[in-house]
Design a protein around this ligand. Sequence first.
Ligand SMILES: Nc1ncnc2c1ncn2[C@@H]1O[C@H](COP(=O)(O)OP(=O)(O)OP(=O)(O)O)[C@@H](O)[C@H]1O
Ligand SMILES: [Mg+2]
Ligand SMILES: [Zn+2]
Length: 377
Amino acid sequence: MYQSLYRKYRPRSFGEVLGQNHIVRTLKNQIKSGRIGHAYLFCGTRGTGKTSVAKIFAKAVNCPNSVDGEPCNKCQICESANNNSLMDIIEIDAASNNSVDDVRELRDNIIYAPSSCKYKVYIIDEVHMLSGSAFNALLKTLEEPPQHAIFILATTEPNKIPATILSRCQRFDFKRISSKVISQNIKKIAEDSQINIDSRAIALIAKHGNGSMRDAISILEQCASYNDVLTYDDVCDILGTVNDDTLFALVNSLNDRDGKETIKQVDKLMLYGIDVNNLVKALLSFLRDVIVYKTCGAESEEILETEINDVILKASLFDMAFLSNALEKLMDLQGKIRYAQSPRIMLEITLLKLINPEISPDIDSILDRLKKVRKCD
Ligand SMILES: Nc1ncnc2c1ncn2[C@@H]1O[C@H](COP(=O)(O)OP(=O)(O)OP(=O)(O)O)[C@@H](O)[C@H]1O
Ligand SMILES: [Mg+2]
Ligand SMILES: [Zn+2]
């Protein structure tokens, strides 16, 4: 059976979990010292390892040969846990089992001793989807589950969890994963799966993952069926995003205060069939990279070596005030454009106002004009 890439590369031990060291370390220590809690809440952005870590933890507390808090991944228990056939690890999707009756059923079953393990572990995914009365029905059990039971609740929306539930759990916040770490993993997965892809293309995929490892792996998978050898341009095409060189040409014309060239560049981009929303998004991300590079240099965790190409280096010579003003104005535009009837016109006028603050009535532009007047004095 075909298994999607992100499931094939699900981490099976704590050591394979990337970018969540603070959580992994605490959980391993708890297992080592036998101070295991009875209720955990895993929160954070999608695709950052919540379900994976819950599965590893459930396995590790039950593995008889665990070393240093890590499951052995060889024994009977680890093996059945890895192919999802272990009776004592119970995964519940709260999105589709969110009623009081579902929780009642859980309460009726939890009292029975585990069948082959030391602990019965209940992993409740998307727990914010439980109904109000289902949460209430869960409270008592969550506070005092039988000795043999452990709860792991996972959610992307901790703000939707009642305080009564929160205060009964140990909470772990999963972080967005940096594009550097995502890109290293994508490189490894591509090599392992014999996907031929260049490093600039990998950097673009990592960036589009936007902190989510799963999203990045899914993009890689989508790209892999497009071409045998994947280039940066291919990935741009697939993602419907704009090439950095074209973005530079546009930003350069803004910096030169060349309105005619700016309009020409926008037209060129539109002819490629790029949607205005995506263009603004790409411009924002480009300006952000240039600003981060200007501020932090090449060492920053959030900027990849492969992203620091000639184009970023050239753009980093632009004035910081120009870059940040452009970024701000485009961010405003991004908010408005979604509902606009003529997004292209809004984009063009925003760009022209950047070039000619005189035509813009806002306070920044007035300040800009004042400065110019002062300079003339
Ligand atoms: N921290 C990580 N280290 C390595 N791989 C990861 C990590 N996080 C996610 N992945 C990859 O993404 C896939 C999905 O991760 P997982 O199901 O653990 O995410 P999640 O946080 O539970 O997401 P969701 O909120 O959507 O349920 C994994 O199978 C793995 O391929
Ligand atoms: Mg999950
Ligand atoms: Zn084991």
